[in-house]
Design a protein around this ligand. Structure first.
Ligand code: C5P
Length: 239
C-alpha cells in the first residue's frame, strides 16, 4: 500500500526531459535543495539507459521511471524485471488486464502505476478515434481496473483526480502531470491539453504532480518550485 503523509519536498516530481545525463544533473543540482523526486522518461533513458537513474538513487533521491511499457504481457513482464531492485520508486505501464497482471508479477519493491489517458489527449482526439465515451469515464474505468488488479496507483490529469479519489478511496496513489502555473494556466500549454495548477491537482486529491517544462525551462527553476510549493501547502490534502 502506498505510503501517505508525503513530505512537501516529494510532492513535485521534476520531469528530467532532456537529452543528456549532463543536462539532467545540472537541473537536479539546481533543484535538489527544494525537490527530492525526479522523473526519468523516454528521452533521457534513450540517451544513457540507467546512468541518471543510478546517480539519482545514489544521491538519495526518489526516482519515477516513466517508460510507459506497452507490449505483449510476457515482454512487459521481462522489461519490468529489468527495472526492479535498482532503487526506482515508481514505474509506469500502459495496458489492458493481461499486461497489467504480467507487470505486477515482476514489480518487486517498486510501485507500479498504470497510465489512464495521456494529458495531451483531448475529447476531440477521442472522437477522432471513434470513441464515444468521455475522457473522464475512460480514466475512471481504467483506474478502477488497475486498482482491482493490484496496481499501486495511476497517472491521471488533475481534471479527473477528484472523482478517482472520491470513488476509489485513499489507497490509490495518484500522480498528475499536465501541470501549469496557476496564474497563467492557458499560457505555455505546449502539447498538453488537460492541465491544472499544482495546487488544484493536490487539492483535488493527487499525491504527486509531475512538472517538466515549467520548471526545467524557467530562468529561475527554484522560484517556480517555491511558488508551486506555497500553493500546495495552502490546499487541504485529500489523501
Ligand atoms: O513539460 P511537462 O510538464 O508538460 O511534462 C510532463 C511530463 O509528464 C512529461 O515527461 C510527460 O512524458 C509526462 N506525462 C504526461 N502525461 C501523462 C503521463 C506522463 O505528460 N499521462
Amino acid at each position: 500500500m502506498p505510503e501517505k503523509n508525503i513530505p512537501l519536498k516529494e510532492r513535485i516530481i521534476v520531469a528530467l526531459d532532456v537529452a543528456s545525463d549532463e543536462q539532467a544533473r545540472e537541473i537536479v543540482k539546481r533543484c535538489e535543495s527544494h525537490v527530492g523526486y525526479f522523473k526519468v522518461g523516454l528521452q533521457l533513458f534513450m540517451a544513457n539507459w540507467f546512468a541518471t537513474v543510478d546517480w539519482l538513487v545514489d544521491r538519495g533521491h526518489k526516482v519515477m521511471l516513466d517508460l510507459k511499457f506497452f507490449d505483449i504481457p510476457e515482454t512487459v513482464k521481462l522489461a519490468v524485471e529489468q527495472v526492479n531492485n535498482r532503487g526506482v520508486s515508481m514505474a509506469t505501464i500502459h495496458g489492458n488486464d493481461p499486461i497489467i497482471r504480467a507487470a505486477l508479477q515482476a514489480k518487486g519493491d517498486m510501485r507500479l502505476l498504470a497510465v489512464t489517458v495521456l494529458t495531451s489527449f483531448g475529447e476531440e482526439d477521442m472522437r477522432a478515434m471513434g470513441m464515444a465515451q468521455s475522457i473522464e469515464d475512460l480514466v475512471y474505468y481504467r483506474a478502477e481496473r488497475a486498482l482491482k488488479l493490484g496496481c499501486d496507483g495511476v497517472v491521471s490529469s488533475g481534471l479527473e483526480v477528484e472523482r478517482l479519489r472520491e470513488s476509489l478511496g485513499k489507497k490509490l496513489l495518484i500522480v498528475t502531470p499536465g501541470i501549469r502555473p496557476g496564474a497563467n494556466i492557458r499560457d505555455g500549454l505546449d502539447d498538453q491539453k488537460r492541465v491544472v495548477s499544482a495546487g488544484r491537482a493536490i487539492g483535488n486529491g493527487a499525491d504527486h504532480v509531475v512538472v517538466g517544462r515549467p520548471i526545467t525551462q524557467a530562468t529561475d527553476p527554484v522560484a517556480v518550485i517555491e511558488e508551486m510549493q506555497v500553493e500546495i501547502d495552502q490546499v487541504e490534502v485529500k489523501e
